[in-house]
Design a protein around this ligand. Structure first.
Ligand code: EPU
Length: 423
């Protein structure tokens, strides 16, 4: 198992480019199932999660290939007329987003067998809202032997009005993908408004879907008979961008992040300014500089456009070094504080009571071996290692590789002393 070694306390200066968004690429690749033919999806990061979804599509009978040379950011998917509409446990187990094939499979073939994802390090993460939405469109769903066995008795899904009980990103994506081939109009209420939902809608519209309102709580879909293959480049990764912006905001650092969309990052930028970092738009991106010790600020996660739960762990590293105490409240996932114990090993003073973490700023962190528990927790440990004096060894790097493309190769040119060691 690889580990990442960081010799911290070295100031970071320079420019880093953002890759395509993992959480936008996954639904767009799944959406390819909605049309027979050759799809070309650009700006797809080369990450473990994308490879898992590619394996899943290949298992179903699609051909999935990453381009080479100048096209290495693109993924080509050839979808045959018929597929094996099944997502086995071994693939879903390693990546919950595999459940995104359920909507497209039901929409195009009227049947699907998809393993139920289990819980994960950040919480129980049920998929009841996905299933309720698909049932409202006319699917019959049974849970059997750990699988969702789904079929559409009428053959084709039917448009409906459906309100989510809870804002869910992949739930909104799944039900929207199902609705594009349903008969008639579907109105979805209380939808998630994340930029990744809007990007998926843009890709579906390019395929010939009729969708209005993506990016708001109310999405209207007028079903069409069939779709054409997609040619679409996914949006930049706002969480990867945010992770590098936090790196820039650490004391003594100055980092320019290129290729990001500032409009996707407003809640984070507001907090970075509040801790005293300078945030300046520059050609092609944003420059962030951290001066002295950050000021304490309270942070509460919320669905977009609120402060992203996927940035909570990284922001906590900045607050761990603040000149005072901050309160962090996690409202999206019930158990997303696995990084706290590891940050404490580096000298952070953080206590957790339910959904609230009290972060008492300390003057400095000191390197130590730490263990990654989930994707964003791993990113936080890397940031903490960069700020800490001495050597930090981040173990279980496979979590990091699920969502960050070559993170050590992106940080090293900024001056970071970071390297990967093969086990
Ligand atoms: N929820 C339900 N029932 C459902 C679906 C969700 O109760 O049927 C709950 C969840 O348990 C959670 C809340 O609703 O408490 C929000 O979950 P959501 O469904 O929005 O999360 P997700 O779609 O499973 C996506 C991202 C996550 C990100 C969350 C929140 C993808 C592939 N994943 O997950 O990304 O944290 O939205 O923004 O888009 C990551 O990239 O590290 C990551 C975990």
């Amino acid at each position: 198992m690889d580990k990442i070694l960081i010799e911290g306390g070295v100031p970071l200066h320079g420019t880093v480019a953002v890759s395509g968004a993992k959480n936008a690429a996954l639904p767009v690749v799944a959406a390819a199932l909605l049309a027979e033919g050759d799809h070309r999806i650009g700006n797809v990061p080369d990450l473990a999660d994308v490879r898992t979804l590619s394996r899943l599509l290949a298992h179903m009978g699609c051909r999935v290939e990453r381009g080479t040379g100048d096209s290495r950011d693109s993924v080509e998917v050839r979808v045959p007329r018929d597929v094996r509409p099944e997502a086995p446990y071994d693939l879903v187990r390693t990546m919950r987003a595999s459940v995104l094939v359920l909507g497209p499979l039901l929409a195009r073939w009227g049947r699907a067998r998809v393993s139920l994802p289990g819980g994960c390090a950040i919480g129980a993460r049920p998929i009841d809202q996905h299933l309720r939405g698909l049932a409202a469109l006319g699917a019959e769903l049974r849970l059997e032997h750990g699988y969702v066995e789904a079929r559409v008795p009428r053959g084709r899904l039917s448009g409906t009005t459906f309100a989510f009980d809870k804002e869910t990103v992949t739930g909104t994506e799944n039900v929207m993908m199902a609705a594009v081939l349903a008969e008639g109009r579907t109105v979805l209420e209380s939808c998630a408004r994340e930029p990744e939902v809007s990007d998926l809608a843009a890709a579906l519209v390019r395929m010939g879907a009729r969708i209005e309102g993506a990016g708001t709580h109310r999405i209207q879909v007028d079903g069409v008979e069939s779709l054409r293959p997609v040619a679409h480049a996914v949006i930049p990764d706002r969480i990867e961008a945010g992770t590098f912006l936090v790196a820039g905001a650490l004391p003594g650092n100055r980092v320019t992040v290129t290729g990001c969309v500032p409009g996707h990052l407003e809640a984070l930028l507001e907090k970075l300014r509040a801790v005293g970092a300078s945030v300046v738009p520059v050609a092609g991106g944003l420059e962030v500089a951290g001066g002295g010790r950050p000021r304490p600020v309270d942070v509460k996660t919320a669905p977009f456009p609120g402060f992203p739960t996927d940035m909570q762990a990284q922001m906590m590293v900045l607050l761990a070094l603040a000149d005072g105490s901050s309160e962090v409240t996690e409202t999206v996932f019930e158990n997303r504080y696995m990084h706290v114990l590891e940050l404490r090993r580096l000298g952070a003073d953080i206590s957790v009571d339910g959904r609230v973490a009290l972060v008492r700023g300390v003057r400095g962190l000191s390197g130590a071996p730490v263990m990654a528990s989930d994707l964003r927790a791993s990113a936080a440990l890397v940031l903490a290692g960069l700020a800490a004096t001495g050597v930090t060894e981040v173990r279980r790097v496979y979590h990091l590789d699920r969502g960050y493309e070559r993170i050590e190769q992106k940080l090293a040119p900024l001056g970071a002393r970071i390297r990967r060691e093969k086990a």
